[in-house]
Design a binder for this molecule. Structure first.
Ligand code: GAP
Length: 436
C-alpha cells in the first residue's frame, strides 16, 4: 500500500468544507474574512482535542482548576495588562491597489506583491483588540474590549480562586474559551483567524521555583505532543531570542509545526514572571500577593504559561493526518486520526438494506453506550468505506448475511485495511480498547 502525506492547504480546506468540519462564516453572504463556523465533525474533533488537553494538564501532582471567564473585558484590565499600549501590529497600505499588509511581513523596498507597483503609505500601528461599547452610552467610560487572550481573566480572578477554593501555590488555573484579534491579514485558513479558541494554563508558583516549573511544563508539553502522535519530523521546540519576547515574558519557547506554508508557532510556553499580578495589583489597588502559611512568607507568585489555539491545533492535526494512497487501483484520501481524536469512532454498515434492521440494533446499542458511531446503508460497501476513511473513522463494522448466524461483524481497519471477524457482543469493548 503506497501511502503519502500529501497535505496541501487547498486539499485540507476543501475536505473540511466538503465533509462538514469547517465552513467559512456567513458564506451565503459572501463570507466574513478570518471568521469560521464549525460543522458537526469539526465540533466533535474540537471537543476531543479539548477533552484531551484537560485530561493532560490535570493529571499531575499539583492542582489545576478550571475557569470560564467573560469575553468582554473592562478597559482597565487591558490598560494594566499592557495590551492597550502594546498589542498592535505595524500596518502599511499600497496606495495604488489599496490592499493592506502587515509591514513586518514585507520588504518595503520591493513593489506591492498584489499589483506590482511600489507606492506605500507610512507604516502605522494597528491595534488588534476589538473595541465595543457597553450599554446605551457611547462615551469613553463605556468602552470595553473583546478579550484577545483568555489569560487576563485568569489573573483578574486569581484572588477569587485562591480565597474560594482550597488550592495552594504551586497550582494552575486553566481555561478554554474564545479570544478575538482584529488580525490585519487573517490567512492560511484556521491558522490566523479573528475569532478563535485558546486553551491556556497559567501556573502560579513561588519565584524560587519558577525556573524549575518552567522546565517541567516544557517537558510535560513535549510529552503531550508525543502522545498526540504528530509526525516528530514536523515538530520542534524553539527558544525565543531576547528581541522576540513579548512585553510580559522573561523567556519563552514556542512549539512549532512545519505546516505546508513553513515552520510556524503552534503553542507558546512562557515564563511571565510576576508581571501580570503586579500590574493588576498596581492598577486595581487590590493586593494580589499570596501568603504561604507553611513558610509564613508573602510573595507575588510567578507564572508559567502554556497557551495553544484549539483551531490552530485542529488544523495541525488535520495536516498531519491527511493521507492519499491507492487501493486496488483507486485513489483514496483518508485521515489517519487517532481513535481518541476521530470525530466518529466506528461506522456500522449493513451489507444490504435487507440487513439494516439487525445492523441498526448494534448501532443503537453502541450509541447508548456513549460511542460516537454512524450508520450508513447507502451505496456499495467500498463507497461507504471511502466516505468513512475521508473523515478519519478508524474502523467500519460490516453486518453481512453470516452475521445472522454467527452473531459476528467484519471489522475493517482504516489504515491497514485488515479485516477481522468480531462477535457483536464484543464490539463495544473492542472500540473502548481502541480509544484507550
Ligand atoms: N496568553 C498568551 C498568548 O495569547 P499568543 O502567542 O499570542 O500568546 C497563543 O497566542 C496561541 O494562541 C498561539 O500559539 C496560537 O496557537 C493561538 N493563536 C493566537 N493568535 C491566533 C489567531 N489569530 N488565530 C488562531 N490562533 C491564534
Amino acid at each position: 500500500m503506497a501511502t503519502s502525506t500529501a497535505a496541501t492547504l487547498e486539499k485540507v480546506v476543501s475536505l473540511c468544507k466538503r465533509k462538514g468540519f469547517v465552513f467559512q462564516s456567513c458564506d451565503i453572504y459572501g463570507g466574513l474574512n478570518g471568521v469560521y463556523d464549525f460543522g458537526p465533525l469539526g465540533v466533535a474533533l474540537k471537543n476531543h482535542i479539548k477533552d484531551l488537553w484537560i485530561k493532560e494538564i490535570t493529571q499531575f501532582p499539583e492542582d489545576v482548576v478550571m475557569l470560564d471567564g467573560a469575553l468582554l473585558g473592562h478597559q482597565d484590565v487591558w490598560k494594566a495588562s499592557g495590551h492597550l499600549e502594546n498589542f498592535s501590529d505595524p500596518m502599511v497600505d499600497c496606495m495604488n491597489c489599496k490592499k493592506r499588509f502587515r509591514a513586518d511581513e514585507l520588504d518595503l523596498e520591493k513593489p506591492c506583491q498584489s499589483c506590482g507597483v511600489k507606492n506605500w503609505t507610512d507604516v502605522r500601528q494597528f491595534m488588534l483588540m476589538f473595541q465595543t461599547q457597553l450599554g446605551a452610552m457611547s462615551d469613553k467610560a463605556s468602552t470595553a474590549y473583546l478579550r484577545p487572550e483568555t489569560a487576563q481573566t485568569i489573573f483578574t480572578n486569581f484572588k477569587n480562586v485562591t480565597s474560594s477554593t482550597r488550592v495552594k501555590v504551586p497550582f494552575g488555573i486553566a481555561q478554554i474559551g474564545k479570544s478575538f484579534r482584529n488580525e490585519i491579514t487573517p490567512k492560511q485558513f484556521l491558522f490566523r483567524v479573528r475569532e478563535f479558541e485558546q486553551m491556556e494554563l497559567e501556573f502560579f508558583c513561588s519565584p524560587d521555583e519558577s525556573d524549575k516549573f518552567f522546565d517541567l511544563w516544557l517537558q510535560r508539553r513535549r510529552d503531550f505532543y508525543k502522545k498526540l502522535g504528530l509526525n516528530k519530523e514536523n515538530l520542534r521546540f524553539r527558544k525565543h531570542k531576547p528581541n522576540e519576547l513579548a512585553h510580559y515574558s522573561k523567556y519563552c519557547t514556542d512549539v512549532e509545526y512545519c505546516f505546508p506554508f513553513g515552520w510556524k508557532e503552534l503553542e507558546g510556553i512562557a515564563h511571565r514572571g510576576d508581571y501580570d499580578l503586579t500590574q493588576h495589583s498596581n492598577h486595581s489597588g487590590k493586593d494580589l500577593s499570596y501568603f504561604d502559611a507553611t513558610t509564613n512568607k508573602k510573595f507575588m507568585p510567578h507564572v508559567v504559561e502554556c497557551s495553544v489555539g484549539v483551531d490552530r491545533l485542529m488544523l495541525t492535526i488535520l495536516f498531519d493526518a491527511y493521507r492519499e494512497d491507492n487501493v486496488k487501483g483507486e485513489q483514496r484520501t483518508y485521515l489517519a486520526l487517532s481513535p481518541t481524536l476521530a470525530p466518529i469512532t466506528a461506522a456500522i454498515l449493513p451489507l444490504t438494506k435487507k440487513l439494516s434492521e439487525n445492523a441498526h440494533k448494534l448501532f443503537i446499542d453502541l450509541k447508548q453506550k456513549g460511542f460516537s458511531v454512524q450508520f450508513d446503508e447507502a451505496g456499495s460497501v467500498g463507497k461507504r468505506y471511502r466516505r468513512q476513511d475521508e473523515i478519519g473513522t478508524p474502523v467500519c463494522c460490516t453486518y453481512d448475511f453470516d452475521s445472522e448466524n454467527d452473531a459476528c461483524v467484519t471489522v475493517r481497519n482504516r489504515d491497514t485495511l485488515a479485516q477481522e471477524r468480531i462477535s457483536i457482543d464484543a464490539v463495544a469493548s473492542y472500540l473502548q480498547k481502541l480509544k484507550a
